[in-house]
Design a protein around this ligand. Sequence first.
Ligand SMILES: NC(=O)c1ccc[n+]([C@@H]2O[C@H](COP(=O)([O-])OP(=O)(O)OC[C@H]3O[C@@H](n4cnc5c(N)ncnc54)[C@H](OP(=O)(O)O)[C@@H]3O)[C@@H](O)[C@H]2O)c1
Length: 168
Amino acid sequence: MVIAIIAAMDKNGVIGKDGVLPWCILEEMEFFTDSTMGHIVLMGRKTYESLKIKPLPGRISIVVSSDTSYKVAEGVLLFNDLEQAEAMAEEIAQAAGMAVFVIGGRELFEEYLPKADLLYLTQIEASFEGDTKFPVYNPEEWAVIVSERRSSSVGIDFSTSISVRKRP
Ligand SMILES: NC(=O)c1ccc[n+]([C@@H]2O[C@H](COP(=O)([O-])OP(=O)(O)OC[C@H]3O[C@@H](n4cnc5c(N)ncnc54)[C@H](OP(=O)(O)O)[C@@H]3O)[C@@H](O)[C@H]2O)c1
């Protein structure tokens, strides 16, 4: 199973504010949609709550929460245990030839940074106020395979990259 992390951050590593994204950049969302479409998206409960459309169309949504009475929208798979969530993701991924995208938030990124195979990062060339940052990670552990600079209709430039974990 291929596990990919996908995240967008500002110049200072900010990824969230008050439970949502600090920015609204259509072109950045398009990169997220294009990358994850047709795959499995694994997320924490807070990221799930931040989504405007639940489940994300065209993807299999898996959510983790420790709250056993937590209710999710029809079509969303909820697990109280991350290992069980990952086992289900693996089963579906193998059967359907899909990848698993860990889409956040910080807690899930922290959990999967040591074991993800691919890292899809969007670096926004601006600073935003926020309360949640991408975890500290070592870029030396990753080899960039694709990188692209992009501009947006709101005048904020950003770059996207896809990196693969360096294996010894
Ligand atoms: N810029 C980006 O790329 C990006 C991407 C995603 C999210 N975000 C932002 O990041 C912020 C949310 O991140 P966050 O770190 O606060 O929250 P999060 O990772 O989205 O969700 C955390 C919650 O997930 C559940 N959880 C985590 N690990 C678990 C485990 N091992 N077993 C069971 N449940 C588990 C818990 O839910 P319970 O409390 O219900 O137990 C926990 O409180 C928001 O502002 C969001 O907009 C940004």
